[in-house]
Design a protein. Structure first.
Length: 113
């Protein structure tokens, strides 16, 4: 996507603080962290959200999910972490590119809302 913020980050057109990268996945620190550790994990290939993954290669989605525990371990989240993917405007998805938030580094609230 030409105007997608996260696609521009993957291309290096917009700076980010990279924490992980492989052929399929790019992960970077959130610029507005909601926890002491807040990393975004995105597929390098554009897909808008989980709602649009039917035609998205399974390998790309699987690589995102496989990267999450690797990143969590790398970040020292030994006591646990939360993974969130907002999907659509009612969930406050702010960038229309599939992404997973890894949140940790503190005791999380037991309620999600």
């Amino acid at each position: 996507m030409e105007n997608c913020l996260f696609c521009k980050i993957v291309k290096g057109e917009i700076p980010s603080t990279k924490v992980y990268e492989n052929e399929y996945v790019y992960a970077f620190r959130d610029i507005s962290p909601q926890a002491p550790t807040h990393v975004l994990v995105i597929p390098k290939e554009h897909v808008s959200s989980l709602d649009d993954t039917e035609a998205f290669p399974d390998r790309n989605l699987a690589e995102c999910l496989r990267a999450i525990p690797v990143i969590a371990k790398q970040e020292g989240l030994t006591g646990g972490y939360r993974v969130v993917s907002n999907c659509g405007p009612d969930a406050c998805q702010s960038v229309p590119h599939l992404h997973f938030h890894i949140l940790g580094g503190t005791q999380m609230a037991d309620r999600m809302a």
